[in-house]
Design a protein around this ligand. Structure first.
Ligand code: SAM
Length: 215
């Protein structure tokens, strides 16, 4: 699964979606150039992005992945939505997929689930860690701008200086209302935190990537 985002023949993974494939080139570059041993993922769904990160990074060192997800889905996963899903089934596939990825790993992998709305899950993570802890944060939960802004600000406090924040769906326009898109939130966060976060300009921007430069 590491070369593309598609499961290889023989993999026992159960994936029904592939939102990762557009980002694999950027991710491969980021992951090869940075030491990443602690990850906070907001929005894990059935674990495709989680498993890709586990496969790539656990080949080098032990890895801890903290996953915050309500496993109740965003608007797009509800009945009649574009990606209508049975969320209990999605969570079952997540559990199974990360178990498979972890079992294949060369180094120890610890996956911790925070099953909650992201503001509450992130409050738990912050209370547990109390200080910057993560090398990488992946913001891929709700697409509503107020949620994306909240997720970004809360996650900033547990991202190490030098660490990277990856924002999914920077250019997502499925819902025409600007407040139902992540972009205005990501732009707002990076503007207000401009003395603490820099955009990584050498990457294509379907997603947006920024590095923390100050506490
Ligand atoms: C697009 S999916 C994540 C995809 C995954 N990162 C991947 O690449 O395969 C978004 C996930 O965010 C979760 N989610 C949406 N809104 C949320 C919220 N407010 N709090 C917590 N989780 C949320 C949904 O349950 C869903 O599993």
């Amino acid at each position: 699964m590491t070369d593309t985002s598609a499961p290889e023949a023989g993999d026992a993974y159960e994936f029904t979606t592939d939102w990762l494939r557009y980002n694999v080139a950027n991710w491969r570059k980021i992951f090869s150039e940075n030491r990443i041993e602690t990850i906070l993922e907001i929005g894990s769904y059935e674990g495709r992005s989680t498993c890709w990160m586990i496969e790539v990074l656990s080949a080098r060192a032990a890895l801890e992945v903290s996953c915050v997800d309500s496993w109740s889905g965003g608007d797009e996963h509800q009945v009649g939505g574009r990606f209508e899903s049975s969320m209990p089934e999605v969570e079952r596939r997540f559990d199974r997929n990360v178990t498979i990825a972890s079992a294949k790993a060369a180094h120890k992998v610890t996956v911790k689930k925070y099953k909650n709305l992201s503001n509450l899950g992130l409050a738990e993570v912050i209370a547990e860690r109390r200080a910057p802890y993560f090398d990488l944060v992946y913001v891929d939960g709700s697409h509503h701008a107020p949620d994306v802004l909240t997720d970004s600000i809360m996650a900033f406090h547990v991202l190490k200086v030098g660490g990277i924040m990856m924002f999914d769906d920077y250019l997502w326009r499925l819902d025409p209302h600007i407040l139902n898109q992540p972009k205005i939130a990501i732009d707002s966060f990076l503007n207000v935190f401009q003395e603490k976060m820099v955009v990584m300009h050498d990457l294509t921007i379907r997603q947006l990537y920024a590095r923390k430069i100050a506490a």
